[in-house]
Design a binder for this molecule. Structure first.
Ligand code: SF4
Length: 60
């Protein structure tokens, strides 16, 4: 799966805390490090989606 972060991100850093293997903080918004998300991180990515206060994490 692929994950993207929209401009709704408010840089709260929660996704980075939950799954630093996939997310990192950029200059203003969070960024996705990996183009293709390995299955082993899928659960953590879904948790980050649930926690994200602005629903800025989108799975495609
Ligand atoms: S949890 Fe959502 S709002 Fe917070 S840094 Fe990550 S993408 Fe941005």
């Amino acid at each position: 799966m692929e994950v993207h972060i929209t401009e709704d991100c408010i840089a709260c850093e929660q996704c980075v805390e939950i799954c630093p293997q996939v997310f990192q903080m950029g200059d203003e918004l969070a960024e996705v490090i990996l183009e293709e998300i390995p299955e082993e991180y899928a659960e953590a990515v879904e948790e980050a989606m649930d926690v994200c206060p602005t629903e800025a994490i989108v799975i495609e």
